[in-house]
Design a protein around this ligand. Sequence first.
Ligand code: MV4
Length: 675
Amino acid sequence: MVSEIMNNVKNKNIQKILIANRGEIACRVIRTAQQMGIQCVAVYSDADQNSQHVKLADEAWYIGNSPASESYLRADKILQVAKQSNSDAVHPGYGFLSENAGFAKACSDNNIIFIGPPTGAIEAMGSKSEAKNIMTLANVPLVEGYHGDSQEETLLNQEADKIGYPVLIKATAGGGGKGMRVVETSEEFLLSLQSCKREALSSFGDDKVLIEKYLTKPRHVEIQVFADNFGNAVHLFERDCSIQRRHQKVIEEAPAPGLSEDTRNAMGQVAIQAAKAINYSGAGTVEFLYDEDGSFYFMEMNTRLQVEHPVTEKITGLDLVEWQIIVANNQPLPLKQDQLSFNGHAFEARIYAEDPNNDFLPVTGKIDYLGLPKLNSNVRVDSGVVTGDSVSVFYDPMIAKLIVWDKDRNSALARLRGALSEFHVAGLTTNIEFLHELASHDSFMNADLDTHFLDKHGEELCNLTNDVSDSIIASVALTVMLEQSSQSLEQALDNHSSPWLDSTGWRLNEDNHHIIEIIHNEQLITVIAHFREQGFVFEISGKDYLVKGDLSDNQHDLSLDIDGQKSRVIISKKDNDIVVFKNSMSWSFQIKDNKKSVVEQEESSNLTAPMPGTVIEVMIEVGQEIEKGQPIVIMEAMKMEHTIKAHKSLVITDVLYAVGDLVEDGAELVAFEEL
Ligand code: MV4
């Protein structure tokens, strides 16, 4: 009877999950959990008061100041919220506390389900050398090397000589490429060993190292594994994550190009062996070095859901967070290995707020506009931000992931390029153009992949300058003029005598024009805009373009007709900042706050006010002789300054208005006699 009750208590389905994370992964976990009818609790820091994951959750609890060490890494605060909110489980996401054995144990000790592997598994994989010892016992293939306890320098040097150069010295407490040293010859081994140990001691507080044969052109191929609490374990095929920059993945794909079915199955079985060797449960990833000769070697095992899990979801059609919750609910895996298959090809591109033209330094700022590609079963975006959100210094600069799927690699890659072309972020710099260049690179398109890809090709993909064409400048000028017209129209609707409402079709006459001053890359571009019945003539770099068009209601889709040639661009305008997006490129402009326009009076007309307004400057006096084209009066109307110029040579006989006077449309401004 008691075991029955205990079993039910243990099997009580999870009804409420606290997501101990932020950004895109928190939003992503919430989306699946809520689809499963599970309540979601978000936690947030000062910087995340208005973040998307807070808005999506059913409830949100404040956990501290913006720095992660005072919020998302504060296991005690998160555990306290889990208890206070009566959460049944905690999902750690990735990063932060996701591989923190202490936190996992604290959850279990407080009867809160940690949605992840058992604490022991996290601990076992936490040390490189312990992980390799366990894998050795499990007959998991390792790179030839030494990962024993002895750290005696002469012994290590002999081991290196036995392996054969080049060798790799790795700090066992290291990870993600930190604390690694390639040694080319025996003579330099000792110095490299001492330097690697010093660095390991200062970085990880532990100077233990292991030695391995250095693979010069490996690929990073990882297997997604899943295990439940009943001894079942399956693999969900592989992902190729070789395209990395400083050990940060940039584009991931599934399946791995060119991997044979035999190698896939062998790798999958080894990954399952590895999982079983540590009594694994939940989602895990076994990373391998895949050598050019087709052999593969265990590298490390990640005991969390990976950033790149969506590419596996796209080729298998599964929801890995749903599987995590099912396993955490102490239920068996939904499928057996022989029921699992994959179809097609998927890519994930990580969208970072960083500047590829400035050594990929992270950038912060407000997202003035976030435009996503059309979403469908081929195109998915996991994003933690929307238009208006800010990217802060406190957290990882990855703001979203673009995931695409298609029937084969080339089709999926074309879809990736297309989706990147439609992914628009204005207000801060991103790596989107860099990603598009990468996805267009011949070596990448030919799947010529290895972990040095970006060392080899990175330069070609950065420091791209997009020359700005006259048609892009025309789209900026048109945006300015359309906005002015609509502003004037709005203003006119406020004051009924405005020329914009004039039934006689009043317009500044043909010779009237606006001067638009545009700054691009610190260069001044001047466009003279002449009014025409339908649109404008823009003078750009000495050429005239007849331009008309309109901006969509959402103020982002600009349709243009330039000398009869129709095109479309995406616009983001905020105050005087305009960003134009076209074909995966973008250009930023600042409009000089130029309220000047020049009103050329018609030959026959008197010197009259072209619209109602206020006189703000009188530049002549009675008796003065004036040349054609000389400024007479400046008026302000429609938030613009309008300079009224002499239409012929004349002498002033009377000045009829003074500065500050209001003048009616058509009012005579000065009396004069022709010369
Ligand atoms: C290696 C290796 C070559 N030979 N081990 C990088 C971090 C960690 N995942 C292990 N890493 C490597 N281990 C041997 N014996 C090359 C790398 C490596 C790497 C591996 C996968 C993805 C990207 C990488 C970038 C640089 C080096």
